[in-house]
Write a protein that binds this ligand. Sequence first.
Ligand code: 5GP
Length: 255
Amino acid sequence: MSAYALASLLHEGKAKRVHATDRPDLVAVEFKDDATAFNALKKAQLSGKGWHNCQISALLFEQLASQDIPTHYRGLAEAEHGGNWMLVRPVRIIPIEVVIRNRAAGSLCRQMPIHAGTPLEPPLLDLYYKDDGLGDPLLTEARLERLALLTAEERADVERLAREVNTALVKVFDRVGLILVDFKIELGYTADGQLVVADEISPDTCRLWDRAVEDVNERILDKDRFRQDLGGVVEAYGQVLKRLQGVCPEPLIYR
Ligand code: 5GP
């Protein structure tokens, strides 16, 4: 018997559903097969995507935890749930998407005169206001201040934690021959006020290039395969998972 029971649906997003459990300190996240891009203008069902993103996120959250980087992750649900369920601590999500870019790609190349793949040292940190209705706009200093979502101290904590996450992720992906081009994370506060990494860390939220492949399309192992209609999306996610499994311990099952 599990140490928790699933309860009502709390929230349904584009890629995940969040369910309450019978314990106030635990919620269950179900990773869906729905793929969306361009603010949900493009949609598809990709069988196995949810499972892969759940497994990859579990491995990466455990890597972060092993380096004392706090996350909302508590463990995977038992296999009978299908491998696309994760138990996490409830958090109050800060409505800011933190993007860290180690190389130029995506929106940066559309908005600035910079070639895709150009290394960015130090990594560029961009903050976006998390609001689908507004298209997740890039924040300026003045707009961030106007929104008053964070104190100066909280903002410094957010940026410091995001950069620590980047350092840890760059290392683990480097060990498996992948370049972490950029990624988006979401952070939140637990009931006791701890700032933690929340949401997911997966090929849906990261750009990952195969270091050994030169072809600019073939090297892509992330959601850009879906965005750019390159095909082989779930197969690419499978490669990322397989490589990580080669260097990471088996993820915990929450019991
Ligand atoms: P860009 O600014 O180039 O669109 O995205 C930068 C990085 O953040 C990419 O790795 C991209 O996948 C991720 N990212 C930015 N916004 C979102 C978002 O709303 N959803 C997801 N899944 N990833 C995002």
